[in-house]
Design a protein around this ligand. Structure first.
Ligand code: GFB
Length: 318
């Protein structure tokens, strides 16, 4: 068991993922959390990050900070998606090394895998083919983060490793229609269509791409489990560079829209805007490794959507 008094730095603690990790760690008795607001603290600033490590001396680091967004934001803000993410992760990982952090967990995304690859996707399939163009800048930055952790381990024995969650959703998600991911976007569109008695909603692309969704509190649970039980050598000794985290189940965007319509109680039609990109046809993670390590998700997609919809109705200010 890791000492509950340990100092844990969680960059990105206000986002969807970071806020779930904070909730989980607080509930497990860790109260010595180092939390800096990314609005007032620029993680791209090398000097500032160095000063933070000198002042705070964190013992553990969990990197939930990143510039993230849905398919359109990734495609439009390509320069920021690669630059911001490279700077954030390089500053954090290098300073964690310099300040002898005991364990660091870096979070990426399932978009690191090739666009066309066999399914479900095993960890070994990283760098075995071309990336999906819409999120190539983000994916390249995340692959660089994986390789930073792996090579600080290989050269210096740093206890740093990466986890790649599938598409995430839950409380504190981004519901802005231009920058959000599909699940929160459809919750908002369907809710507003119901409120306004609209006949139809617009869904981007063909509705055929398949996605896997993990409730963010389940991700936080997985991170906590790994934090307590798994070290870098447990990962790299298996000749993999990171661990997948998902449910092992996917559905099409059309099926997702139908599920959300049911939860919200909306009976209108769906119009597909095929001028918008589909992105990767499918990215279902092979989660057998994390299952073998003793962790499995708990929340069904139906329950997770219900919780997220309730959160949206009660908390989101339109
Ligand atoms: O969730 P999403 O934006 O990202 O889109 P990706 C998933 C699928 O849903 C795409 C369709 O085929 C979209 O065209 N979609 C339908 C919509 N309606 C909507 C809508 O209203 N909003 C959005 N956003 N999509 C991202 C990557 O890819 O996934 C990131 O760009 C990251 O790098 C993230 O990895 C997890 O799953 O295609």
């Amino acid at each position: 068991m890791i000492d509950r008094e340990s100092k844990i730095y969680i960059p990105g603690h206000k986002g969807l993922v970071g806020s779930a990790i904070v909730r989980k760690f607080l509930s497990e008795g860790f109260s010595n959390l180092i939390l800096y607001d990314s609005k007032s603290f620029d993680l791209r600033d090398q000097k500032k990050v160095e000063e933070l490590f000198e002042t705070e001396s964190p013992e553990y680091v969990i990197i939930a900070a990143a510039k993230v967004g849905g398919i359109l934001a990734n495609n439009l803000f390509r320069a920021e998606f690669i630059y911001d993410n490279l700077m954030i992760e390089a500053n954090l990982i290098h300073n964690a090394f310099k300040h002898k952090v005991k364990k660091l967990i870096f979070l990426g995304s399932s978009c690191i895998y090739p666009k066309i690859t066999s399914q479900p996707i095993k960890e070994e399939q990283l760098l075995s083919g071309y990336l999906e163009k819409t999120n190539e800048p983000y994916a390249v930055a995340k692959i660089a983060g994986i390789k930073l952790c792996e090579n600080y381990f290989r050269q210096y024995d740093s206890n740093f490793y990466s986890v790649m969650p599938t598409n995430l959703y839950g409380p504190n998600d981004n519901f802005d229609l231009k920058s959000s991911h599909v699940l929160p976007a459809l919750i908002r569109k369907i809710h507003e269509a119901k409120e306004n008695n609209a006949d139809e909603i617009e869904v981007w692309g063909t509705g055929k791409p398949r996605r896997e969704f993990l409730y963010v509190d389940d991700l936080a649970d997985a991170i906590f489990y790994l934090f307590e039980n798994i070290d870098a050598r447990d990962i790299y000794s298996k000749n993999i560079s990171h661990l997948n985290i998902g449910t092992g189940q996917d559905l099409s965007v059309s099926e997702l829209a139908e599920l959300i319509k049911k939860t919200v109680g909306y009976a209108g039609n769906i119009r597909y805007d095929v001028t918008k990109p589909d992105g990767t046809p499918r990215k279902l993670l092979d989660v057998s490794r994390i299952h073998q390590l003793g962790w499995k998700h708990k929340t069904s997609l139906e329950e997770g959507i219900k919780e997220t919809y309730e959160w949206f109705v009660n908390n989101y200010k339109l």
